[in-house]
Design a protein around this ligand. Structure first.
Ligand code: IPM
Ligand code: MN
Length: 357
């Protein structure tokens, strides 16, 4: 197969972890006979520094012309500490999602047998956890208008807004995913307080008739925040709006034992985007110590979701499991044993793809 992949390394540790994923993707291409072309673009703080724009048109053109985007991370502390900055790296990410039509963010939480003991939860709670969030990504309070301040600057407001159509297209993805999994869908909302949430619940209730094989549960977001810690095995597929999904998926991402491990996919149009859930971790940038596994696993999701190549995806998850089992890992999960540099982990994974599959 021919594949055009846009690479957006971004800020902080983004370039280092993307470089490792590229090694692994190239190895998969070589092993399975795919012709893979990469084109690189700027996004985030590095794009602001170079062009003044966190998502330059040139980058959008590269993404729009690609089959899939492999994205590193964005963010820079110099903007976090300056709430009045006019241009922010995060705007690049939001504009990219909107312009590429990526309305669904798929964020799985699963466990690795060799890491479950590092989970902040007790073993019996975490062993075998396997659920996936479908977070709405281009609507809600992230994009709603009006937003801003009153004239005196003493009041600020954001608008949470959802159309039925936006809810339906996200919910359908959740229902379809549930049909292929354990057939349980949880609609996460705040329907006891918010009008948008009541529209979510009503819309999902209507849709449920079309998916009689899927059991649907409705839970308030605050209860889900609690139950994710208490009994995460209760969940299979969860659907929710943008802001709730942002918060809950960070919570969910640490259940498995390391923040550096969970991948994600953003879907909705012909171009699909793949990125780790973790952020840009600026303190580690350039030190060759960042954990590349989440970005490598995002590349596995890319083969699966963007190209429907399951065997290639499994080749990558297979070598990641092997690296965990054999302790070829970065210092964050090395547990006092020998640890490896980011680049060494990438080299090892790529060589194992070539050898083992
Ligand atoms: C995420 C991030 C972004 C979000 C930020 C960087 C704008 O936290 O992808 O979850 O809030 O969506
Ligand atoms: Mn987030």
């Amino acid at each position: 197969m021919e594949m055009n992949i846009a690479l957006l390394p971004g800020d902080g540790i983004g370039p280092e972890v993307v470089a490792q994923a590229v090694k692994v993707v190239k190895a998969v291409g070589q092993k399975f006979g795919h012709k893979i072309t990469f084109k690189e673009g700027l996004v985030g703080a590095c794009a602001i520094d170079a062009t003044g724009d966190p998502y330059p048109d040139a980058t959008h053109e590269i993404c729009a012309a690609s089959d899939a985007v492999l994205f590193g991370a964005i963010g820079d502390p110099k903007y976090d500490n300056d709430p009045k900055a006019k241009v922010r790296p995060e705007q690049g990410l939001l504009r990219m999602r909107q312009k590429l039509g990526l309305f669904a963010n798929v964020r799985p939480t699963f466990t690795f047998p060799s890491l479950v003991h590092k989970s902040p939860l007790k073993l019996d709670r975490v062993e075998g956890v396997d659920f996936v969030f479908f977070r709405e990504l281009t609507g809600g309070v992230y994009f709603g208008e009006p937003r801003g301040r009153n004239e005196q600057g003493t009041k600020a407001f954001d608008t949470n807004v959802y159309s039925k159509e936006e809810i339906v297209r996200l919910a359908r993805m959740g229902f379809e995913a549930a049909q292929k999994r354990r057939k349980l869908l949880t609609c996460v909302d705040k329907a006891n307080v918010m009008a948008t949430s009541r529209l979510w619940r009503e819309t999902v209730q209507e849709l449920a008739n079309e998916y009689p094989d899927v059991k649907v549960e409705y839970e308030f977001v605050d209860a889900v925040a609690m139950r994710l810690i208490q009994w995460p095995k209760a969940y299979d597929v969860l659907i929710t709006e943008n802001l709730f999904g942002d918060i809950l998926t960070d919570e969910a991402s640490v259940i498995s034992g390391s923040m550096g491990l969970m991948p994600s996919a953003s879907l909705g149009s012909n171009v699909k985007l793949f990125e780790a859930i973790h952020g840009s971790y600026p303190q580690a940038a350039g030190k060759d110590i960042a954990n590349p596994l989440a970005t490598v696993l995002s590349a596995a999701m890319m083969f699966d979701y963007a190209f429907d190549l399951k065997e290639e995806a499994e080749a990558i998850t297979g070598v990641v499991n092997l690296s965990l089992a054999e302790g070829v890992v970065t210092e964050d999960i090395a547990e006092g044993g020998k640890s490896y540099k980011t680049s060494e982990v990438g080299d090892w994974l790529a060589s194992k793809v070539i050898k083992a599959y």
